[in-house]
Design a protein around this ligand. Structure first.
Ligand code: HEM
Length: 178
C-alpha cells in the first residue's frame, strides 16, 4: 500500500530551510489508510520522516514592500496528495505567508474555472514563537486555521476555522542582511 511516506525524503543532514508543514495530521492519516493514495512533490519540496513537507524559499523570499509594514514570505514548489483513483487531488503550490505583526495568512497558487492563475487564501495563522538574529529568521505558528476559501481545497469536508498542522519557517542569514 502506498502512503505519504512515498514522498522523496530529505537527506538526514539537510536543514529544513523554508516553510515546513504537515498540512493536517488527520488528513495525512486518512490518506495513509486509503489504499493507493500517493503524495508527489515538485520544485524542490522535500519530506521528512514524519511526513512534513518543506517548501524552499523563493528567490525574493522576504519582502516588506507593503506600506502597512506586513512581511511577505515567499516559497516555491508543490506537494500533491492523490487518492481514490484521482478523485481526491489536493495541491499545495508556491505558498506565501503574509504577516502583520503576529497575525498572518497563508495563500497558495491555483487556477480558477477559466484556467486563470489565482491565489487562494488557504489558512490564517498566529505566530507563537519567533527568533531573528545572526542565525537567520525562524518562527512557528501553532494556531493555523482553515480559511473560508480553503474549504473547497479539501473537498468541503472541513469547516472554516478547522485547526490545521503547525507551520514552521526557517530562513538562514543572507549576505545582504549580514
Ligand atoms: C471516492 C471518493 C471518496 C471516498 C470513498 C472517500 C471516503 C472517505 C472516508 C471513508 C473518510 C473517513 C475516513 C476516516 O475517518 O477514516 C473520508 C474523509 C475525508 N475525505 Fe474522503 N473520500 C472520497 C473523496 C474525497 C475527496 C475528493 C476529497 C477532497 C479533497 C476528500 C477529502 C477528505 C477529507 C479531508 C477527509 C477528512 C480526513 C480527516 O481529517 O479525518 N475525500 N473520506
Amino acid at each position: 500500500m502506498s502512503t505519504p511516506h512515498d514522498i522523496p525524503a530529505a537527506a538526514p543532514d539537510s536543514p529544513s530551510v523554508g516553510l515546513r508543514w504537515a498540512v493536517k495530521r488527520s488528513f495525512l492519516d486518512y490518506l495513509a489508510r486509503t489504499p493507493g493514495s500517493r503524495a508527489y512533490v515538485a520544485g524542490g519540496v522535500t519530506a521528512n520522516s514524519v511526513s512534513e513537507v518543506t517548501f524552499p524559499p523563493a528567490a525574493d523570499a522576504v519582502d516588506q514592500a507593503d506600506p502597512s509594514g506586513a512581511l511577505v514570505y515567499r516559497f516555491q514548489g508543490e506537494v500533491r496528495y492523490i487518492g481514490h483513483g484521482g478523485l481526491l487531488h489536493v495541491a499545495i503550490t508556491d505558498p506565501i505567508v503574509t504577516l502583520a505583526g503576529d497575525i498572518g495568512t497563508l495563500t497558495i497558487a491555483s487556477v480558477d474555472e477559466e484556467d486563470r492563475h489565482v491565489r487562494v487564501e488557504l489558512a490564517t495563522l498566529t505566530v507563537s514563537a519567533r527568533t531573528a538574529g545572526d542565525d537567520g529568521i525562524s518562527w512557528e505558528a501553532t494556531d493555523v486555521r482553515l480559511a473560508p476559501a480553503g474549504v473547497a481545497v479539501f473537498g468541503d469536508v472541513y469547516q472554516a476555522g478547522e485547526l490545521m498542522a503547525p507551520l514552521y519557517v526557517y530562513l538562514p542569514p543572507t549576505k545582504s542582511s549580514a
